[in-house]
Design a protein around this ligand. Sequence first.
Ligand code: PHE
Length: 496
Amino acid sequence: MTKSPTSKSNQWDSSFAFLMAMIGSAVGLGNIWRFSHVVYTNGGGAFFIPYIIAILILGIPFLIMEYGLGYHFKEALSNILKKIRPHFEVIGWFIMFTVFMILIYYMIIIGWDFIYLILSFFKGWGTDPAGYFTNNIVVGGNDLSNIFNFILPVTIITTLLWIVIWFISHKDLNAGLSRVVKILVPLLFIIMAAIVIYALTLPGQMIGLSELFTPNWSSLTNIDIWLAAFAQVVFSLSVGQAVAVTYASYLPENEKLIDKVFIVAGANAGFEIFTAIGVFSILGFMSLNSGIAVSDIATSGSGLLFIVFPEIFNTMGSIAYFIGPAFFLCVLFAGITSALALLEPLSNAITQKFGWSRRKCVSILCIIGILGSLFYSTGSGNYLLTVSDSFLNEFGILLGVILQAVIVSWYFGLRKLLPELNYEAHFKVGSTWIFILKIVLPIVLVLMWIIGILNLITTETMTTLSIEIVISAIIIIVPIILTKLPKRENIKTSCE
Ligand code: PHE
C-alpha cells in the first residue's frame, strides 16, 4: 500500500497539538450535560461497570484502530475505504457527511450557550429561567408549525459562531486549529477544575453526590443500561466518526500511537466523571435550599444547562457572577473544539478528492452549515434538533461504527496495522485486540443498533418519522453524489 505524502502544512507541529485536538474533540457538550444525566438515570454508581466495559471493549480498541488507519494511510477515510475496496468509498462519505450534519445542530447548542454566557453576567434570564428559555430561546412545540418563525438572537449568534469556526478552520492546520486547541483545551480543564472544587465546598453537596453514586445493582440486568453506556462512549469519545482517522493522518512519523489513545480516553472519562461530581454537588446544594429532591431537579441537556443552572445561579448571590460566566465559558470552549473536529473530516476529504484549497472548502462548507443551521434557529428548531440528534447518532453513526469495524477487520486486516501501532508502545496490541474488533464488537453493536432502531420506530409520531425519512435521504444521496463525482488529479491541500 503506498502512502501519499503529507505536506508539512498538513502535519501537526507537535504531538501536543495532536493530543489537544483529540481531547478537544472528545470533551464536548456530551461530557458536560449528557454524562451526569446518563449515569443518574441508568443505575447511578452501578452504571460505572457497563461504562468501563464499554470504554475497554469499544472506546479504546476502536480508537486504536482509527489511529492506526489514519497514521498508516495518511489519507481521508473515504480514500482509505476506497483503497480497501473501491465500492466502500461511499461508506466513508456517509460517515463524514453524517458527522457534518451533526455539526449543523451542534452549533445551535453552542449558540444557546453563548447567549447564556452573555446573560450570566447580569442574570439576564430573570427570576423564571424556565419561562425565559421557552419564551425566548426555543419557543415552539413538538411540531413543524414554527419552521419559518426565526428566533433572531439564536440565528444571529449561531451565524457569528459559524464565522468563528470558519476563521479558525480555513487557515492552515498549524496556524488555525492547532493553535486554538493548544490554548482552549488546557483552559477548559483549568476552569472546570475551579468550578468543581468550588461546587464541592457548597452545603448540600453530599446529597447530590450520594444520589449520583449510590449503586442500583439490579439495574445491571437491564439491557438499556448497557446500550446507554455504549452510546455514551461512542458520542463522548468521538469514536468511529472519522475524526480520529483524520487527525491521526496529520501525524508525522515515529509516533507512539497507543499511549496517546490511553491519554485521550483517560482525559475524556476523567473530565466527565469530574464534571458529574461538580454538577451533582451543585444539584445537592439546590436540593438543600429548595427542599426539592435531586431526582426532580436532575434533567439532561437543555433543561440542565439552560434552566436548572440559571435557577441555581439565582440562589447563589454575587459569586454567581463569576461561577455562571465561568461555567458557560467552559461549555463554549468544549463546544468550539468539538465543532472544529466535526468539520475537519469532511473538509479534509473534499480537499483531497477535488483538489480544492482548504480555504475554499471550509468556506463552502461553512456557508452550507449556516444555511442548514437556519432550520434549527426557528421555533421548531428544538424539536428538529432532538429528532436529528437521536436519529443521526443511534441510526447513522452507530451504523458507521459497525461498518468500519467489519470492513477494516475483515477486508483489510488489522495485522497490517500492528507494526506501526506497537512501535515503542508501553502497551502492545495483538490477538485479543483483533478478536474484539473482528468478532465481539460487530455482534454487540449490531444488537444495539437493532434495539435502538426498534425503540425509535415504536415511539414515533408521523411528523418525526417524516423528518427521519428526509434526513435518511440526505445522508444517503449526498454521499452517493460525492462518490460518483470524478476525482481531480494534482491535488493541493494547503491553504494558499
Ligand atoms: N465528543 C463530543 C462531545 O462529547 C461530540 C463529538 C462527536 C465531537 C464526534 C466530535 C466528533 O460532545
